[in-house]
Design a protein around this ligand. Structure first.
Ligand code: AMP
Length: 190
């Protein structure tokens, strides 16, 4: 099962990606989590991306694409993955296409977590209080949502025209969204 989750920050896609990972026994591959892990480890990559994450800007494509290429090449991703936070722009989407074509694989489903900015902002503010993420400041939240609209929304349209997009109303309770995803993925898997 090769699944991608797309949607604004705060839409609950990370939470659902973890559930899908457990349901279908595929790794949850989150670029944001990989960058945060690199920062926590104090690696060279971490030092490079720390100020970028704090500002809410995007990490350069070459770094991000290399990270994903390496991660999807690992043995645990051979039977599938749930990709979260990548691709975030058209250049990354094209790089992903090439990568998948190179290993003879295709995306089975692209789950689109549709949520308005106001609800996304409210949820991110709640998370800021609970988790204290460095990029959940008011400025960084606004920047991330702006980047989502200018760069990532076109990725949604790309998959919509390909017919693999599964749109979800992300403003509902976790269990409801999860049940709808399971129903959709079970159909695709069958
Ligand atoms: P996330 O946890 O997905 O919200 O990602 C947190 C931050 O990591 C983003 O605001 C970006 O700075 C960086 N990041 C994550 N994924 C990507 C990506 N695909 N391209 C560029 N930057 C990314």
């Amino acid at each position: 099962m090769n699944v991608l989750v797309l949607g604004p920050q705060g839409s609950g896609k990370g939470t659902q990606a973890k559930l899908i990972s457990a349901d279908y026994d595929v790794p949850h591959v989150s670029t944001g989590e990989m960058f945060r892990a690199a920062i926590a480890e104090g690696s060279a990559l971490g030092a490079q991306v720390e100020p970028i994450l704090a500002s809410g800007e995007l990490v350069p494509d070459d770094l991000t694409v290399a990270l994903i290429r390496e991660r999807l090449g690992r043995p645990d991703a051979a039977a599938g993955f749930v990709l979260d936070g990548f691709p975030r722009n058209l250049a990354q989407a094209e790089a992903l296409d090439e990568m998948l074509a190179g290993i003879g694989r295709a995306l089975d489903a692209v789950l689109f977590f549709d949520l308005d900015d106001e609800s996304a902002t409210d949820r991110l503010r709640g998370r800021a209080a609970a988790e204290g993420r460095a990029d959940d400041t008011q400025e960084a939240i606004a920047r991330r949502l702006a980047i989502y609209h200018t760069q990532t929304a076109s990725v949604v349209e790309r998959y919509r025209t390909r017919g693999v997009l599964v749109p979800l109303h992300a403003g509902r309770p976790i269990g409801e969204v999860h049940a709808e995803i399971q129903a959709a993925l079970d159909l695709i898997a069958a």
